[in-house]
Design a protein around this ligand. Structure first.
Ligand code: MF3
Ligand code: CO
Ligand code: CO
Length: 275
């Protein structure tokens, strides 16, 4: 039996049940997510040839501390950094280190701040100096995948509609969708139900309802979709070493469609690409 007191003090856990949030939840998410978006805005000028991903990670930690937020990744399942920095053929969960970025690299920076208990999770691609046309095209396709996935968010539709929108566009552009990682519910938890697949069909998944909060974070490859995780236990790379890109927003389902919590206040949602 769970008494009132037990329930009150029980830690939140992922029970598989999909939570629905009201106005207070949405307001908490707006604040956390806007802090994350502001951090990602600040990084636009910092990402240059010669800068190390460790320096970027330190900035993410300090910007959070300055604004009362803690990075959710720090000590998450043994992860020891404040961000993930995934360069070129790294698909996701790249670990910041002392290696400098070089001209022509593309790097995803993924930040999740916890502010007042709410999780703001977002990532963007940053070109390092001038990049090749093929890399630029991958960034354009991947951002468009994210936005098409977001367009598919409507109460009454299933989460499979998101995956379908992403997969059909990516494959029409001769790119592939990574299957091994997905978007996720979040709010007062970092990773919660439901899983948001970036491939599939509109009649799959759960029905979306107003008040649901989740991320959409497609990983798109120029080559084949297959990935492997390196011996550090985190870094996921494309098996064929082709370039990979990812953009991520945290969103809330509304009666109309959805609210994007992590939009850049400066319009820098796709750094280095024409807005
Ligand atoms: N921010 C990532 C996501 O989008 C999760 C990173 S978990 C870590 O869900 F431990 F690798 F940092
Ligand atoms: Co996420
Ligand atoms: Co993320």
């Amino acid at each position: 039996m769970v008494t009132y007191l037990d329930a009150e003090t029980a830690p939140l856990r992922n029970t598989g049940q999909i939570r629905l949030y009201g106005e207070e939840g949405f307001e908490g998410m707006r604040k956390a997510c806007q802090l994350t978006a502001r951090c990602l805005d600040e990084l636009v000028d910092m990402v240059q040839p010669g800068v190390t991903t460790e320096a970027i990670d330190r900035f993410v930690f300090e910007f959070g501390a300055d604004h009362g937020a803690v990075p959710a990744t720090l000590n998450y399942r043994g992860y020891k950094k404040s961000s993930c920095t995934s360069i070129n053929h790294v698909v996701c969960h790249g670990i910041p280190d002392t290696k400098p970025l070089k001209e022509g690299d593309i790097v995803n920076i993924d930040v999740t701040y916890i502010l007042d208990g709410w999780h703001g999770d977002s990532s963007r691609m940053y070109p390092v100096g001038r990049i090749k046309r093929a890399a630029e095209r991958l960034l354009e396709v991947t951002h468009e995948c994210l936005m098409r996935g977001i367009e598919a968010v409507k109460p009454g539709a299933r989460t499979g509609a998101i995956g379908h929108a992403i997969q059909s566009y990516a494959e029409a552009e001769r790119c592939s969708v990574v299957r091994d990682f997905c978007g996720h519910g979040l709010g007062q938890l970092f990773h919660d139900a439901p899983n948001i697949l970036h491939y599939g069909s509109p009649n799959e998944g759960v029905e979306m309802r107003p008040g649901m909060i989740f991320t959409i974070e497609p990983m798109i490859n120029l080559g084949r979709p297959h990935v492997k995780v390196l011996s550090d236990g985190w870094t996921a790379v494309t098996r064929d070493r082709s370039l990979s890109a990812q953009y991520e927003h945290s969103i809330g389902v509304t009666s109309e469609g959805c609210e994007i919590f992590t939009l850049s206040p400066k319009g820098l949602d796709r750094p280095g690409l024409p807005s």
